[in-house]
Design a protein. Structure first.
Lengths: 314, 517, 357
């Protein structure tokens, strides 16, 4: 019991929680934007892979870290656009299209990586984002290591939480996005473009998802591996329901998940002798399912989610 | 001169034309919705667009508003100086900009947003960093004050009443400085009294220079509140006249193209109770699905009409009788035998025939064949299956007989049910229900959206069942339909039932509005 | 001006034409990455063709590869027919495989006449449980089965690793995470001498036929179709929706479980954590290419298996990454989706707004 308390009070635990939560923050925000506009984006898992691969490869080819971020975002936006075309004007099944995007984006990434690097036994490494080293802040007790020794990308994720919240709740664009996810006819009747809003939301959301992937290869690790996304995208889809489509709660959900994941790693080392390690590895996924089950009944789904809308048919 | 929104217009009422529709045509696949329709509207005028369901009224207005692109024809709208200018077609934004506002029959409101956001939606630049909500609120409150169209601005629209939602819809149009207002069946969801108030508001607004087109199929309100009447039939304009020169019979004939068939009803004494509800309560998700301690007896040889404003518990009552929901309290018995476990299958077995409100959504499986939809309620029947395998040939020939008998017209019983027209879908459902000679029939909005011929057929079948000895529960928001068919009327309001004990329109209207002791 | 109008009825030729055309388009599009990888597409396609039809052995390899895809394709097709989104066939496959080695690798040393059917039934049952659980969460709590089945895939895979390092580990494996082999009498008999194709294929073909028949001719199939096409109308008509969903969940999960049984007891003989290269996910593509028709699944599985086996052999010959196969498979899914749109709607081009029709 003492050990658990020690873990929960340690700086490194909270720093790790925030680090693990970072890609999920990007992912949940991306999924939130898409779903608020009424479109489920199951392409998220593949878009994570694309973001991770493209961001890493751009840096490896010499584009620089921020160049890599830009490339990752554009790659994510491209696959988002594909999903948007299939699901918005064509109105195809959002489930199947999303899964198709995931398979397609993943295989494009793997094929490109394999073609560019045909025979390497250990993947080449890049110089990733370094922890911020701010003069006074980073030396603060507790807060310093937890907040101010994270990489810039973590701060970018936190900034996006605020930005998405502001846009959703304080701007005309946010009002229109919420409306198009609730009743597209309301938007159409007021002369706004349902297609434009939805496509824009999916493209923007997918770019954010790709940043989540880029974090993996450009901050958490320094190389690209097959299977490195490992279901993080699907976790985001569960978390966005848990967060009832609110940016603040999304941050909370991602942090909760990050904390749980960080905890299981530490418990694994503490109690590895007693329980097989896999029990701890499973725990985050089980937690996601539990969160989903708890949230599902009362979830206030955007009313138009999954329902295609066609111009001139009402 | 932007009408109501900017205060009283300097010129009260002139003869100037504000809207001109010329030769509008629209077809959907092989169906001609509008054929060469031309109309004009003058400033400050109230034009009633009259016609049966499916006559093309809504399509015409959707073309005016840019929701549909016409196959032919043009629209001209007067600008603020009164000069007619061609309206780019197919662009709602252009129609809004030209001062045309439309209130749709199915409200186009985002229920997760409040009225203020719904009203300002689309009027502000999307990518501005800030919104001036205070200025918007001032403007809306000004409009509310002048028009009397009151609605709470800060509550999510999902929690407003139907009447409030409609006022928000009109406010939306006025906020965008509409000079021409189109109302699509505005009274369908209102009590007679609420409807009267609405028309009084409208007449006040026209004094300020607003021009109004309202779509309706109710002769009474058209004659009472319009200046001019245009009648559509089968997509064509078949008549136009000043209201002062119009009378009910001539318009009705114009709408239908022939005299309406009057349904003959025999005088019958009610028989023994068929269905009894005792103390039924349903905790629904919304008001429309909630019932509070309802007692109801339906007798043989009797049509019981359930009148009420939409969303007052009709859904809950229908769902209980259909077996779709388990009441939180109370008992249901058929022929004095209580039904233990409520489920749709149990209700069918107990002899209840159900005609659902939303025939496309609940009545048929559109992608399955007409024949399959005919037998979907009797899959246990040995005529339909043997050892769990479908008897395709028997199903087919039986369905063909039924389709013949009930006059279900379409591309044949093996074709998808979704290919049938609304009226024929309803006939399919009637065939399925009446074939089993049910003890009790639940008919929920059975004629909604049907043309007069098909509606009359539904009424005839219900009367036939009544003569045979069945009890009928007729839930309808069309008071005229209830007055015409029902032997006995109850009013549903706020999830409770009140016996009307009268067929007087005025009294029932007041009860619907809750203005009785 | 381009307008989109729903078709009253889809032409019959579309049902077969769209998947075939999608497959061809996807293969054609794959020329782009091939050129990108520095290969001549024509030569590469030639190599792929040879890799499938070049010899009896190559062909039998393709059939071997198609067998699990038929099971997972059927699993997806039936579930999707009821609009039950079973994306968890990958996990259910491993549940079936674990059940197969758990009882087949020596616990019960009994005659094959009893053991083999027992392995099959237990494998299917394990898979069925794997789908019944998320269906329960959906029906009882409204938890979206897409997410739960996807997450279960990861949980089951980790559980598998735990089992392979624990109770299911072969004591003779020198610490390697793999199971003990299935007893000889518990193996699905091979179909051809010196070839790997086994009687799991026959089982898959028979089940596809049965599924096709039941879907079209049985009351069970009628209810399943009604629930999938319009759940509100099905419920209103008195069909027990929950029972239908559980029924199809059990069958879908069971079929996915059989894919695992067939791989373990038909092909590999023992279980490792890399038994399936994503057969569960590929099964979704198979089902979509098949237009959710069980007989179509057989054809689609043969096509997808050809792509994989052909790409492997092309990859060996030309050094192009075999991920090309995954590219073709995912692109054919997207193509068939777009094709499905063309089947439902017609695109009408009119030169000007307001032109008379």
């Amino acid at each position: 019991m003492m050990d658990l308390l020690n873990i929960l009070l340690s700086e490194s635990f909270w720093a790790a929680s925030l680090r693990i939560a970072t890609p999920l923050i990007f992912g949940v925000l991306g999924a939130l934007i898409c779903e608020r506009a009424g479109v489920l984006n199951l392409g998220i898992e593949g878009i994570f892979v694309v973001g991770a691969m493209c961001g890493w490869m751009a840096v490896w080819l010499g584009a620089g870290l921020w160049g890599g971020i830009l490339v990752a975002a554009c790659a994510g936006a491209f696959f988002g656009l594909l999903h948007a075309i299939l699901t918005v004007p064509l109105g195809l099944s959002q489930h199947v299209s999303g899964l198709g995007i995931t398979l397609f984006a993943t295989s494009v990434s793997y094929f490109t990586y394999r073609t560019a690097l045909p025979s390497v036994s250990s993947p080449p490494r890049i110089e990733p984002f370094q922890p911020l080293d701010l003069p006074i802040l980073s030396d603060l007790p507790f807060l310093g290591p937890v907040l101010f020794q994270q990489t810039t990308l973590t701060w970018l994720a936190l900034a996006f939480v605020a930005l998405v919240w502001y846009v959703m709740n304080r701007t005309a664009l946010g009002v229109a996005l919420q409306a198009v996810g609730d009743n597209p006819n309301s938007v159409d009747a007021q002369g706004l473009s349902v297609y434009g809003l939805r496509i824009g939301a999916i493209v923007a959301g997918s770019a954010l998802m790709a940043l989540g992937g880029a974090f993996l290869t450009m901050s958490a690790f320094d190389a690209f591996f097959f299977g490195m996304v490992n279901g993080r995208g699907w976790v985001c889809i569960a978390l966005v329901i848990f967060a009832s489509w609110r940016p603040g709660k999304a941050l909370f959900g991602a942090l909760l998940f990050g904390a749980f994941d960080a905890l299981q790693v530490r418990l694994q080392t503490e109690m590895g002798a007693l329980v097989p390690g896999q029990v701890f590895l499973m725990a985050p996924y089980i937690l996601s399912i539990i969160a989903l089950v708890i949230a599902a009944r009362s979830a206030d789904y955007p009313r138009a989610l999954l329902t295609p809308w066609f111009k001139g048919q009402r | 001169m932007t009408g109501l929104a900017n205060g009283p217009a300097p010129f009260p009422m002139t003869d100037s034309t504000v809207l001109k529709l010329t030769g509008l045509s629209k077809r959907f696949g092989s169906v001609v919705a509008n054929d060469d329709v031309s109309l004009t509207l003058k400033k400050g005028e109230v034009l009633a667009l009259l016609g049966e369901n499916g006559a093309g009224k809504t399509t015409l207005m959707n073309m005016l508003f840019g929701h549909y692109l016409p196959d032919a024809g043009s629209v001209d709208v007067a600008d603020e100086e009164g000069t007619l200018r061609a309206l780019p077609l197919g662009h709602p934004q252009a129609a809004l900009g030209a001062g045309v506002g439309m209130v749709h029959q199915h409200f186009t409101l985002a229920e997760n947003l409040n009225a203020l956001d719904n009203i300002t939606l689309g009027s502000e630049p999307l990518f501005a960093l800030k919104r001036d909500r205070a200025a918007a609120r001032r403007k809306i409150e000004g409009i509310i004050e002048r028009s009397g169209l009151n609605a709470p601005l800060n509550v999510p629209v999902g929690r407003l009443t139907v009447g409030e939602r409609q006022r928000v819809e009109i406010l939306k149009a006025l906020y965008r400085d509409a000079r021409i207002l189109v109302l699509d069946e505005p009274t369908a969801v209102l009590t007679p009294q609420e409807a009267d108030t609405l028309f009084e508001n409208i007449q006040a607004m026209t004094q300020d220079g607003l021009s109004v087109i309202f779509i309706s199929h109710k002769l009474r309100e058209v004659l009472a509140f319009s200046d001019r009447i245009a009648v559509l039939r089968h997509g064509r304009k078949v008549g136009e006249m000043a209201t002062s020169e119009a009378d009910e019979t001539s318009i009705a004939r114009m709408m239908v193209g022939a005299d309406t068939p009057k349904v003959a009803r025999a005088e019958l004494a009610p028989g023994k109770p068929v269905m009894q509800l005792a103390g039924i309560s349903v905790a629904g998700r919304s008001k429309r699905d909630t019932l509070k301690d309802v007692d109801l007896t339906v007798n043989a040889h009797e049509i019981l009409g359930v009148a009420g404003i939409s969303g007052n518990g009709q859904g809950g009552l229908a769902r209980v009788i259909s077996g779709l929901v388990h009441p939180s309290a109370g008992r249901i018995s058929i022929d004095d035998r209580p039904i233990a476990k409520l489920s749709p299958a149990a209700m069918v077995k107990a002899g209840i025939g159900r005609i659902p409100e939303d025939r496309h959504h609940e009545g048929i499986v559109g992608s399955m064949s007409v024949a399959e939809n005919m037998v979907i309620e009797r899959l246990d029947d040995p005529e339909v299956q043997r050892f769990g395998l479908l008897r395709h040939d028997e199903i087919r020939s039986h369905s063909e007989e039924l389709a013949q008998e009930y006059d279900v017209r379409g591309p044949g019983v093996t074709a998808s049910a979704r290919l049938l027209s609304g009226g024929n879908i309803q006939k399919l459902i009637l065939a399925r229900v009446f074939e089993r000679a049910p003890r009790l029939i639940l008919a929920n909005q059975p004629t909604r959206g049907l043309d007069m011929g098909a509606a009359a057929e539904v009424g005839r079948r219900l009367l036939e069942a009544r003569e045979r000895g069945a009890g009928v529960v007729l839930i309808s928001e069309d008071l005229d339909e209830i007055l015409g068919l029902a032997d006995r009327i109850v009013v549903i309001r706020d999830g409770t039932l009140i016996e009307a004990a009268t067929h007087d329109r005025e009294t029932i209207g007041l009860m619907m509005a809750g203005e009785t002791e | 001006m381009i307008r989109i109008e729903p078709r009253a009825q889809t032409p019959r030729a579309f049902a077969v034409g769209i998947p075939v055309l999608s497959a061809i388009v996807a293969l054609a599009l794959a020329a782009i990455p091939l050129i990108f990888a520095g290969a001549n597409p024509i030569v590469a396609y030639g190599e792929m063709f040879k890799g499938v039809f070049g010899s009896l052995f190559a062909f039998s390899e393709m059939l071997t590869r198609a067998t699990p895809l038929m099971f997972t394709g059927l699993a997806a097709a039936l579930a999707f027919r009821a609009k039950l989104w079973n994306i968890g066939a990958e996990g259910q496959l491993y549940l079936g495989a674990m059940a197969a080695v758990a009882i087949g690798s020596g616990v019960l040393d009994i005659s094959g006449v009893v053991l083999l059917p027992l392995i099959i039934v237990c494998g299917a049952a394990a898979g069925a449980v794997g789908m019944a659980a998320p269906t329960y969460l959906k029906v009882r709590f409204g938890a979206d089965e897409v997410v739960t089945t996807l997450l279960l895939n990861f949980i089951i895979l980790i559980f598998l690793q735990m089992m392979l390092e624990g109770p299911l580990q072969d004591p003779m494996s020198l610490g390697w995470p793999q199971s003990a082999p299935v007893l000889d009498q518990g193996m699905l008999p091979p179909l051809m001498e010196r070839m790997r194709v086994h009687s799991g294929l026959i089982l898959a073909l028979v089940l596809a036929g049965v599924a096709q028949f039941m879907l079209a001719r049985s009351v069970w199939g009628f209810k399943l179709r009604a629930v999938g096409e319009n759940v509100a109308a099905a419920r209103h008509a008195g069909i027990n929706v929950k029972r239908s969903l559980f029924g199809v969940a059990v069958i879908s999960g069971g079929l996915a479980g059989l894919a695992g049984v067939s791989e373990v007891a038909g092909l590999k003989g023992y279980l490792t954590a890399d038994l399936s290269p994503g057969f569960g996910y590929t099964g979704i593509v198979v089902a979509m290419l098949a237009g959710l028709s069980p007989v179509g699944v057989v054809v689609a599985a043969l096509f997808i298996a050809s792509v994989f086996v052909g790409a492997d052999s092309m990859s060996r010959a030309m050094g192009v990454s075999s991920f090309l196969a995954d590219l073709v498979v995912s692109m054919s899914l997207l193509c068939v989706l777009i094709g499905g749109f063309l089947a439902k709607y017609r695109i009408i081009r009119s030169n000007k707004a307001g032109a008379t029709s």
